[in-house]
Design a protein around this ligand. Sequence first.
Ligand code: ASP
Length: 324
Amino acid sequence: MSRIVVLGMGGTIAMSPSASGGVVPALDASALIAAVPELAAHDITARTLRSLPSPSVGFDDLAALAEAVRAEVDGGADGVVVTHGTDTLEESAFLLDATLDPGVPVVVTGAMRHPTAPGADGPANLLAAVTVAASPEARGLGVLVVLSDEVHGARFVRKTHTSSTAAFASPGVGPYGILVEGEPRLRRVDPVSPRLPVPATATPPRVGLVTVSLGDDGELLRHAAPALDGVVLAGLGAGHVPEVMVPAVAETAARVPVVLTSRTGGGSVLRTTYGYPGSERDLLARGLVHGGFLDPAKARVLLHLLLADGADRARVEAAFAAYR
Ligand code: ASP
């Protein structure tokens, strides 16, 4: 029997109604397991690391999580499941993917409906996540995200809906697989595994995420830039900004790494198609880093990890190039 460790971080999957109204994190990881009788078929150890709504998960919490996962794998776990709030689940899963060895399955899951809501999805998601984590098919794929009987790669998955139980998708790429009658059916996708160090918490870099919109004249970026060690631009379309914003972008890129991504939610930033001021050609020629297929939130996590490790511009370019 596989030995699976479940690490609890909080989120809706672990929430209960509070006296003051609304649901708040309340249940520990053992309670989540006890609520799913089918999990008795597995050898599971539960540990609660945090009890947080995921908007309040920070890089220091993720450093602790990555260390905990690594310790469980070193201690002989055959698979690790992380239960996490869905709001920032994609960023946490991606950080684990960029820092851990892709060998032993690490599966992140959560729930869109809290445990006392009709049709709560947490128990089914937890059972599916444990099943995937125990599956030899899941080995070597990197960190996986399992919800709604779909198995996604951490570098592609996003939360795409505020409340649907089918909120998670990998736009343009699709999931790595699904569970059929409780059995994972997965395709092989080579992991990208930079195995970056888990960041120390003392002096974290400040990486800003700036979403570009119609009429943006760059003033917001100009004001924020002096406080930043790096910037991710969520550009228009295939990686564009209004012409009037170009000077602010260029000034920032002369000082700190600026990674060019797209706000569209799917596909890669282009490289050679458009030639007008503010196009991808123009911005890349001004020294912006091509963000590849990474969406803005994941690009921000990767830039954070790289800067925390003291990476220079060449290393930042090389790391992002792996995600093309
Ligand atoms: N707001 C919740 C959280 O991210 C949502 C969820 O877990 O589904 O903690």
